[in-house]
Design a protein around this ligand. Structure first.
Ligand code: NAD
Ligand code: TYD
Length: 376
């Protein structure tokens, strides 16, 4: 898919909207953003237009929205560009007058932030500032607009064996990634308190589902297993994450944007706490069900579980995350709709059914980066 830096996708800029309401989505080509755009266009009553500003980094694969691009010509516009580029963001506000900003764009992988934090500081902090400042100037005190910031539970730090993160839990970020997200969260709230910018925020747990870039645990394990490669488990594998199916997350964001109280943050969780080693075992079980190892020539007689390999731990690895999502359930009536078992089976089947997407993503920058940076 051709796209010109800072320019619209050819053929989409001249179409007049029947309903002029526009959402500016940032980072909408990535994993959660692409699921969100598809969700809003396919599953909600929204009749307006979505403008997607994305830098198309290694994690931004426009193929994620190839179907949307075809089906929603005129209601979906992709702009290739950097959220840190004030001039470009200003031009987009002028041209499209978005009434809602939904801000996903970020460097999102903790391991990468350990190897090279610079891009995380630039995109996650400076980029968020550029969007906030432009929105403040363009919206000039309007109250009928909304800036929604998508953030993470990692800003709260690491839990012991018990307890859950609440919206009131003090911030205690421990990786360059979570520190940069914490900083952006503070900027968002500062713009609300200082300038009255109508913001909402959500802090969610680990997402999983279709279009997940295979550097993160779940897609990495699925794809390595299918190829008979080692399944790397960091440290003792007993670190706990709360897994949230991506479409449930998209529904939560939509609800917060439409019904959430301005100036508030909402924690979003999947009610699915699990130790990493058990996540890996569940993936192996789902693969045995849908693509048994005995029929997979790459396995050379092994079972998927035989591929589990304990490797050196991540520095500063947070031990446990768990989310208390009672506020969004109580105030907005949202709760996760799938169990981890259901979501994981859907995810495994999606990766099995989308081998062309997998092939394309694996021949991209991802491989080059892994070769250069991974010594494990
Ligand atoms: P992702 O890495 O899959 O996608 C990020 C997208 O942002 C990519 O399309 C990339 O091209 C784009 N991008 C990066 N830098 C940019 C820049 N400077 N300008 C414009 N676009 C840029 O990330 P994701 O997993 O979809 O996460 C989306 C958001 O959700 C992030 O803000 C992340 O911090 C947050 N989040 C993610 C998770 C998770 O489990 N994936 C959990 C909690 C919060
Ligand atoms: P990840 O998917 O990178 O998300 P995050 O770091 O944002 O939680 O990792 C999820 C968990 O899985 C985390 O505890 C690190 C661990 N992990 C592994 O054990 N092996 C791997 O190869 C990866 C990528 C992660």
């Amino acid at each position: 898919m051709a796209s010109i830096s800072g320019k619209l996708q050819p053929g989409t800029e001249k179409i007049k909207m029947k309903n002029p309401s526009t959402i500016l989505v940032t980072g909408g080509v990535g994993f959660i953003g692409s699921n969100f755009i598809r969700y809003v266009l396919e599953k909600t009553a929204f009749k307006g237009r979505i403008v997607n500003l994305d830098k198309l980094t290694y994690a931004g694969n426009p193929e994620n929205l190839a179907d949307v691009q075809k089906k929603y010509k005129g209601r979906y516009v992709l702009v290739k560009g950097d959220i840190c580029d004030f001039k470009l963001v200003g031009r987009l506000f002028k041209k499209y007058s978005p009434g809602i900003v939904t801000h996903f764009a970020a460097e999102s992988h903790v391991d990468r932030s350990i190897f090279g934090p610079k891009d995380f500081i630039e995109t996650n902090i400076h980029g968020t500032f550029s969007l906030l400042e432009t929105a403040r100037q363009a919206w000039a005190g309007r109250k009928d607009v909304r800036f929604h910031h998508v953030s993470t539970d990692e800003v709260y730090g690491s839990l012991g064996r018990t307890g859950k993160f609440k919206e009131t839990t003090p911030y205690d970020p421990r990786s360059p990634y979570s520190a940069s997200k914490a900083s952006s969260d503070h900027l968002v709230m500062a713009y609300h308190h200082t300038y009255g910018l109508p913001v909402t925020m959500s802090n969610c747990s680990n997402n999983y589902g279709p279009y997940h870039f295979p550097e993160k645990l779940i897609p990495l394990v699925i794809l390595n297993a299918l190829e008979g490669k080692p399944l790397p488990v960091y440290g003792d594998g007993m670190q706990v994450r709360d897994w949230l199916y991506v479409e449930d997350h998209c529904a939560a964001i939509w609800r917060v944007i439409n019904k959430g109280r301005v100036g508030q943050t909402y924690n979003v969780g999947g009610n699915s706490e699990m130790a990493n080693i058990n996540v890996v075992k569940n993936i192996c079980a789902a693969l045995e069900k849908y693509r048994p190892s005995c029929c997979n020539v790459d396995l050379k007689g092994k079972k998927y579980l035989d591929l589990v390999t304990y490797v050196k731990d991540r520095p500063g690895h947070d031990r446990r995350y768990a989310i208390d999502f009672s506020k969004i359930r109580r105030e907005l009536g949202w709760k996760p709709s799938v169990t981890f078992k259901q979501g994981l089976e859907r995810t495994v089947r999606w990766y099995l059914d989308n081998s062309a997407w997998v092939r394309d993503v694996k021949t991209g920058a991802y491989r080059g980066w892994l070769k250069k940076n991974y010594t494990r």
